[in-house]
Design a protein around this ligand. Structure first.
Ligand code: HEM
Length: 525
C-alpha cells in the first residue's frame, strides 16, 4: 500500500514539475502550445498513433507549438505565413537540418561531417553549394534534356519489350511500376555504369528506404536498426564501386551526377563519404518518384472518365504514319495535354503529405506577432495545405482531375492559391528534381495509357489504404498491391522521342511567379 502511495505521489510530483516547466518556459508571444495533457509526452503519443493524419486534425490554428523533449516544434497551418517563412532563409534555415539528416542517416565519417557542416549559411559552405549545383544541373534546358532523354528512352524500350510475346500479362501493379521507374530514373542519373543494374542493389535500396526513420533516430543504429544498417552498407558499397570505377566520369553520365561529385571531391570528401552522401541523395531521387508514378497511373486507369479524357488528349499529339507506326515526342505531351497535367498535379495535391522542416537560427517575430525561438524547428505540413477548403473549394477531399485547369473555373473566377500546393515543397528548397520527375512520370503514364489496357484481377478497382506509409516520404504509399492484367491495345510500332525544351512547367507557385515575371518583362508572351 505504502509503495502504491509513493508511486502515485512520485507521478503527481513529476506531472506537476513537467506542467510547471512547460508553463514557465513558454513565452506568451510564442504560438499557442497544444496537446499538453501530459506535458512533452502527449504530442509524441499523438504523432505516433495518428501518423500523417495528425497534422490535419490540428489545422484550425494559423500556427501552434508542440512541446516535445528537447525542442519546440512550431507547426505552420496558415497559407499566408508560408511565404514569410520562406523569405527569411538565414534566420529560418534548412541547411542545419539537411546536414544532420545526411550525417545521421548515412553514418558519415567525422571528417565528412566536418566538411558538410562548414559555414552552413554561407554560399561558400557545403550545404548551399551542393544545393546550388543540384539546382543548376536540374534546371530546364540542355543539361536536363540529356537526363530526361535517357530516362524516356529506357521507358520506351522497356515497354516495347513488355508489349512483345504473350497477349496479356499479369503483374502486381505497384511492384511492376516502381521497378520500371526505378530503372528508368537511375539509368538517366548514373549513365551506362548504373549500379542499379544489379538486382542485389535494388533489393538493398528498398530495404534501406524502409528503415530511414529508425536510422534517423540515430541512437545505436547498429543495435536497434541492424538490418537497415546492413542494407544501407550494401547500397553504400555499391556506390563506392561505382565511383572507384569512375562510372560518374563516363561521357554518357549526365552533368547532374558529374558536377555533384566534382563539387564534393573539391571539398576533399573521401570516396567512402562520397558513396554515403549518394546513399542519402538516392532517397531524394527515388523515394517520391516511384509511388508518384503509381498513383498517377492508378488514378487514370481506375476511372473510365479520366482515362477517356487523357487518352483522347494524348492521341491528338501522336503522329500515325501510313504503315501504322505511332510517333510521339514526349516534349509535346508536356505542353499540349492540360488534362493529363492537371491530373498529375491533383495526384500530388491529393496524395502529397511531405513536411518541410526549417531550423530557427535566431529569435524571430513572425508576422510581427508570433515569437519563434532560436534552436527550435518550424514544420510546414503539406497535408494541411492540401486539405484547406478555403484554397481548393468544397470538393477538397475528392480527387478531381480537372482541378488545375484554369478555364475550368471560368475566365473571371479566381485561380487557386498556388502557395497552398506543396507537393514539391517550396521556397529555397523547392524540389529541384520536379521537372525531371514530372517529365519521367508523365512519359511513363502516357505510354502506359496509350499502349495498354489495364484491368484489376479482382474485377473492380479499389483504392489501396495508406495507413502504414513511410514518414520520410512526401507522398502516400499503398499498404497493399493490386494484381492487374495488362494487355497491349495493338501491335503497332511505337517511336518515342524527346526533343527537349528549356520551358519550365507550371508545377509550383515559384514556377508560376517566374513565368508571370517574364511575361511582365516582355521576355515571353
Ligand atoms: C515525384 C517526385 C518528387 C517529389 C514529390 C519530391 C518532393 C520534394 C519535396 C517535398 C522536397 C522538400 C522541399 C522543402 O523542404 O520545402 C524536395 C526536395 C528535394 N528534392 Fe525532390 N521530389 C521528387 C523528385 C526528386 C528528384 C527526381 C530529385 C533529383 C533528381 C529530387 C531532388 C531533391 C533535392 C536535392 C531536394 C532538396 C532541395 C534543397 O536542399 O535545395 N527530387 N523534393
Amino acid at each position: 500500500m505504502n509503495a502504491l502511495v509513493s508511486i502515485c505521489a512520485g507521478l503527481a510530483a513529476a506531472y506537476a514539475f513537467l506542467w510547471a516547466l512547460l508553463r514557465f518556459t513558454q513565452d506568451e508571444r510564442e504560438p499557442l502550445a497544444v496537446n499538453t495533457t501530459i506535458p512533452f509526452i502527449s504530442p509524441l503519443i499523438s504523432l505516433y498513433s495518428a501518423g500523417f493524419r495528425y497534422w490535419s486534425m490540428n489545422s484550425r490554428l494559423p500556427i501552434y507549438t508542440l512541446r516535445v523533449p528537447g525542442v519546440r516544434l512550431y507547426i505552420v497551418n496558415s497559407t499566408e505565413l508560408i511565404p514569410q517563412i520562406q523569405r527569411h532563409t538565414r534566420v529560418i534555415s534548412f541547411s542545419p537540418i539537411m546536414i544532420r539528416l545526411v550525417s545521421t542517416m548515412t553514418g558519415l565519417s567525422k571528417e565528412g561531417h566536418e566538411t558538410a557542416s562548414y559555414e552552413p549559411l554561407e554560399n561558400h559552405g557545403w550545404a548551399l553549394g551542393i544545393s546550388r549545383t543540384i539546382h543548376q544541373t536540374l534546371a530546364p534546358g540542355p543539361l536536363l534534356d540529356v537526363l530526361n532523354r535517357r530516362s524516356v528512352e529506357y521507358i520506351s524500350e522497356s515497354l516495347n519489350k513488355f508489349a512483345l510475346g504473350k497477349e496479356t500479362k499479369t503483374v502486381s501493379m505497384y511492384k511492376w511500376i516502381t521497378h520500371e521507374v526505378l530503372l528508368a530514373t537511375t539509368e538517366g542519373i548514373y549513365g551506362p555504369h548504373n549500379p542499379y543494374r544489379d538486382p542485389a542493389m535494388i533489393d538493398a535500396w528498398y530495404h534501406f528506404q524502409s528503415g530511414i526513420i529508425p536510422l534517423l533516430v540515430g541512437i545505436a543504429p547498429s543495435l536497434i536498426a541492424r538490418k537497415f544498417v546492413k542494407a544501407r552498407d550494401l547500397v553504400q558499397n555499391s556506390y563506392e564501386r561505382y565511383f572507384l570505377n569512375q562510372g560518374h566520369l563516363h561521357p554518357g553520365t549526365p552533368s547532374f551526377t558529374k558536377e555533384r561529385v566534382r563539387f564534393e571531391e573539391e571539398r576533399g570528401l573521401s570516396t567512402t563519404d562520397l558513396a554515403k552522401m549518394e546513399t542519402a541523395t538516392s532517397i531524394g531521387i527515388l523515394a517520391n518518384t516511384l509511388p508518384g508514378t503509381f498513383w498517377l497511373v492508378y488514378h487514370i486507369v481506375s476511372d473510365p472518365e479520366v482515362l477517356e479524357d487523357c487518352r483522347r488528349e494524348l492521341f491528338s499529339a501522336v503522329k500515325i504514319s501510313d504503315d501504322g507506326t505511332h510517333e510521339v515526342d514526349m516534349t509535346c505531351i508536356k505542353t499540349s495535354c492540360p488534362i493529363l497535367f492537371s491530373t498529375f498535379q491533383e495526384v500530388f495535391r491529393f496524395r502529397g503529405i511531405g513536411v518541410s522542416a526549417r531550423m530557427m537560427m535566431d529569435d524571430f517575430l513572425l508576422d510581427n506577432t508570433y515569437l519563434l525561438k532560436k534552436g527550435n524547428i518550424v514544420l510546414i505540413p503539406a497535408a494541411v495545405q492540401h486539405g484547406l477548403s478555403s484554397a481548393w473549394g468544397d470538393n477538397v477531399h475528392e480527387f478531381y482531375y480537372k482541378r488545375f485547369i484554369r478555364e475550368q473555373r471560368g475566365a473571371k473566377s479566381k485561380r487557386h492559391n498556388p502557395v497552398a500546393f506543396r507537393g514539391f515543397g517550396g521556397g529555397s528548397t523547392l524540389c529541384p528534381g520536379r521537372h525531371f520527375a514530372a517529365t519521367e512520370i508523365l512519359a511513363f503514364a502516357s505510354l502506359i495509357i496509350m499502349r495498354f489496357n489495364i484491368r484489376p484481377i479482382q474485377g473492380y478497382w479499389q483504392a489501396p489504404t495508406v495507413e502504414n506509409g513511410n514518414a520520410a516520404i512526401s507522398i502516400q504509399t499503398p499498404d497493399h498491391d493490386i494484381d492487374v492484367e495488362i494487355e497491349p491495345q495493338n501491335k503497332k510500332r511505337w517511336v518515342v522521342t524527346f526533343s527537349g525544351s528549356d520551358k519550365p512547367m507550371d508545377i509550383a507557385a515559384e514556377d508560376i511567379e517566374a513565368r508571370e515575371d517574364k511575361k511582365e518583362a516582355g521576355e515571353i508572351h
